[in-house]
Structure formats: C-alpha cells, structure tokens
Design a protein around this ligand. Sequence first.
Ligand code: 13P
Length: 250
Amino acid sequence: MKKFMIGNWKMNQSLSEINAFFNDLNLTGVNCETWIAPQALHLSTLLLKASGTNIKVGAQNISEEKSGAFTGEISPVALKDLGCSFSLIGHSERRSLFNESNAVLNKKVLLNQSLGLTSVFCVGEQLEERENGMTDAVLKHQIVEGLKNYPESALDQLIIAYEPVWAIGTGKVATPEQAEETHYGIRTVLVELFNRAGAQIPLLYGGSVKPANAEGLLSQENIDGALVGGASLKGEDFSKLSQIASKLSK
Ligand code: 13P
C-alpha cells in the first residue's frame, strides 16, 4: 500500500505563506498519497496550486447537511463540485471545541460517502483516558458509533486517523510501539465491523509528527501514514515527510 502523508493546516496559512509553501515544496520522485486540507477559504487556491501535481485537496470539516439555510457551514456537495476529494471528519478539535457528537459525525461520514468523497475519520483518547487504561474502549466506541451503517462496499472511501489528544500540538509524540499497539487494537475493531475488508482500511497516526520522528512511526506494520498539523505548514518539512512516506511505500 502507498503510505499517506496528509497535512492538516488547521486555521493557518496566509496567501503569501501558501505561495512560500509551494515554492519550497519538492516532491520530485515522491510516490505516496500526498494530501492537504487547508482552511475552507483557501480550497480553491489550493486546487489551482495543486493542479498538475499528485496532491489531493480536501476540507477539514463538512456540514452534515447537503445545502440550505445553514449560515457559515461548508456544504459537502459544493466541496465535491469544486473538485475536492476528501474531508477530515471528527478531528478532536471539532469534537471538543465544537461539541460534535458521535451521532453528528456518523451523519457526516455517511453523507460524504454517498457523495463519493473520502472521509478521514479521526479518533483519539484524552490523556486521562489513557492513564486509566480506557484507550481501546474509547476508540472502539468512537469507531462503532461514528461508522454505524457504513457500507462495506465503500471502504475504499474510508481512512481512519488515530490522534491521541495528548499528542496534538504538544510535542509529546506517541512512541512507535505505543502507536502500533493502539493501531493494532483499531485494526481488530475494523475487522470485527467489516470482516477481512476491514484489514485494508488505511490507519494514519497523528500528533506531533515531524521529519525527525516520522520514519520510526511509519515503519510500523499497522501505521499506513500520518496526519500532520504543525510540521505540514512549511514546504520544506512537508517535502521531507512526503519523501519518508514515499520511501516506506510498497
Ligand atoms: P500536530 O502535528 O501539530 O501535533 O497536529 C496534529 C493534528 O491535529 C493533525 O490533524
């Protein structure tokens, strides 16, 4: 499987910073899945910048409704129409800062799927939950509820990103062994839900990934790529991360 390197730019990057990013980006010889999720205002700019490259562009969030009187929301129909191919769904910042419930996230995943968009469905435990030995149970609950009624025939439109909340933006990265052990648990849940097809769903790790630690993480058997925040903002770092993902792709 080709490894994934997905940049989640969150609410960052000005137009001049985006220009600098693309000036510094060097994907020569890179053969992995290289995706970027800019803030919604910059989706069109990114699509233009990415045309002629292998970079896929997607959103950080979508509405659970297709269209209508929902001021300020991002329509997944418009996202698809624009030429985007995916959306993150259920990032921990959406869950905690915007109170997105598993039920709402399930609606978003199913809507995305019905429109032919790929969902990068994010799950992760809080530090307290890990310390209390609840990690596997928390992740299983998020996955079972978030993917309720997800059709087995559309698993090629599904990616899971495991992002321990305590590792996001903190510099505290999970060790490769910790991440692999947790990914193995997630893999087991996915096989319970989708039988053997569940073993093929890409599982990404996210949380303080940078060029210095990416190789150790992406070398693990059940880590198929990374979802990267801070280190995805600079073209030079994102190039290095993509080169590592490419080198480890099969
Ligand atoms: P950092 O890489 O900045 O820790 O962010 C991770 C993340 O939340 C990606 O979605």
